[in-house]
Design a protein around this ligand. Sequence first.
Ligand code: FPP
Length: 253
Amino acid sequence: MSMKIPFLKKKQKAEESQDDLENVPGHVAIIMDGNGRWAQRKGLPRISGHKEGVHAVNKVVKIASQSGVKALTMFAFSTENWKRPKSEVDFLMKLPKEFLHMYLPEIMDNNVRIKTIGEFDALPEHTKKVIEYAVDSTKNNDGMLLNFALNYGGRYEIIRAVDKIIHDIDSNGLSINELDEELFSQYLYTKELQDPDLLIRTSGEQRLSNFLLWQSAYTEFWFTDVLWPDFDEHVFKEALREYQQRKRRYGGL
Ligand code: FPP
């Protein structure tokens, strides 16, 4: 009798993980929202929510890469976030260092490659330095791509693409007749990425907030009331399970 229980458990586990591996979204994008509210509810300063949110990032990176997700894009700082008080912006700019200091070894163990999208050059030197180090250290990893959107804005990305296309028409022999959706995509920060299959936003808000505007044309959206610092493997799996039930028609039947 006692011999049977571990066997059944093992079998059940194998079946569960098999289920999980079916129809996994190739690219997941996440709007990490609710750090401030998480802190306020605990009577803590807003920045404590951001600090706690760093651990949730690591949990998701781990479960996403183990689930077979190919790319994970996390909205860490928007072009609009500069409007926040300087003390909060300064704190947010230190988070990549905090995250990498704690979790870069685990990221290496999970074979994850780090990159960024957004206006990287406008970030503070200390932030750029630590990210450049992480991008360089992980460049030969061929597992999941962890893509941080930092100083990223979707509308700016589109304007920037138009600007680059005009430049290539004026100076590099590009013909306007060559312009189609595929070519336009090549002028975006995300040129090497497939469009997101699943976009998750936490904290109960249901809007895009200037995130991946072009790329999310056919993305499945999933919203949860969970505040970002409370986000974990279980919530992520719930999102994956819901995604697995969706019928994607891309405008067809
Ligand atoms: C939104 O919550 C969250 C942000 C603006 C920052 C998100 C960043 C992290 C969770 C950490 C990033 C980590 C790395 C490794 C770069 P909010 O402050 O708008 O929350 P609120 O809506 O409750 O006020």
